[in-house]
Design a binder for this molecule. Structure first.
Ligand code: ADP
Length: 328
């Protein structure tokens, strides 16, 4: 379990992490969501003791991680995809880590198998693709068989197969009652992976809830209707306070429950060819919730902000603005 109380980190004028209090429980995948620059990596570094908090505390299994006797047995972490010594093989890289951390050498073969790198384990890692590099980083994180795992943006740049593999791995690890804490700025990713969500914006906690609660609380239910009589149904819905947008014979209705839309049609003899409840995706809910906390909106042609698009935005639109990142 990871526990933070009033965790705060300031870099000069910049409050990167602002009084975060949360717990990350074992047995489930906890997604750590926020636009770029929200403070996710900083929080993870604070958990690992790689940076000291300005205020507040954070513990792993009840103690500051810096005090751990055998760190790799306690926490496995994949921070940004890091270059390993390119001339070294995956096997030697892991063996070296095992030896310096007092871990049995047999773990090397086990984790290589687990991440699917056995066949290339003796090759120099210089030729590794991004996906293979990620797998190697994960192998290193798993080496000490730790109860707590942290992954910072693990699917960045991976192909669909790699993404699916990581998703399944997270779920498997959580199923083994480990604590799995994974950050992402992509909603669609968390929607499929996480059980619980911590959402932050500008260093502050915005939401701490399950994925289902998050969607329910932050997204508007809509109803899609197909009818040959769009005009009449639109008028009826609007008269009851609903909002309608029309496209051909299809209406999208908000602010009125599905049942009421159906009843209205029935009571007024309007023929329906479809009546469907639409639930906004996590992506849309997240954009809605964090649009005020995105530091900078990337300009796109036409002058519209790329973020905060709400319903109808293309999926997987990241809150991408690399220029806001200050490289440490
Ligand atoms: P995220 O991981 O959510 O993208 P970060 O934790 O990397 O966010 O960054 C949070 C904020 O803190 C950003 O505004 C970033 O520019 C700033 N920041 C991070 N690390 C440093 C540092 N070493 N020095 C100064 N500012 C930093």
């Amino acid at each position: 379990m990871i526990e933070a109380v009033g965790l705060t980190k300031r870099y000069g004028d910049k409050l990167a992490v602002d009084q975060l209090s949360f717990t990350v429980q074992p047995g489930q995948v906890t997604g750590f969501l926020g636009p770029n620059g929200a403070g996710k990596s900083t929080t993870m570094r604070l958990i690992l003791g790689l940076d000291a908090p300005t205020a507040g505390t954070v513990t792993v299994n009840g103690r500051p991680f810096a005090a751990a006797d055998n760190p790799m047995r306690e926490v496995g972490a994949l921070l940004e995809a890091k270059a390993i010594h390119g001339g070294r093989s995956a096997y030697n890289h892991l063996l070296c880590l095992a030896q310096t951390n007092d871990l049995p050498a047999r773990r090397v073969g086990e984790v290589l198998e687990l991440v699917g790198l056995t066949e290339v384990a003796r090759k120099r890692s210089k030729g590794f693709s991004l996906g293979m590099g990620q797998r190697l980083g994960i192998a290193a994180a798993l080496l000490g068989d730790p109860k707590v795992l942290m992954f910072d943006e693990p699917v960045n740049g991976l192909d669909p197969e790699g993404i699916l593999w990581i998703r399944n791995l997270m779920k498997t690890l959580a199923g083994q009652n480990r604590t799995v804490f994974v950050s992402s700025h992509l909603m669609s990713e968390m929607e499929h992976t996480a059980d619980h969500l911590l959402v932050i914006g500008r260093g502050r906690m915005i939401a701490d809830c399950t994925v289902a609660e998050f969607i329910e609380q932050n997204s508007e239910q809509q109803v899609r209707v197909r009818t040959p009589d769009t005009e009449r149904l639109s008028a009826l819905v609007t008269a009851e306070g609903g909002r309608v947008s029309a496209e051909g014979t299809t209406l999208r209705i908000s602010r009125l429950p599905l049942e009421r839309v159906g009843d209205l049609a029935f009571e007024n003899n309007v023929r329906l060819h479809e009546l469907t409840a639409l639930q906004a995706s996590l992506e849309q809910a997240f954009m809605e919730l964090t649009k005020d906390s995105v530091e900078y909106h990337a300009a796109v042609p036409g002058g519209q902000p790329a973020a905060g698009g709400g319903p109808g935005s293309p999926s997987d639109v990241p809150f991408d603005n690399p220029s806001q990142k200050v490289e440490a």
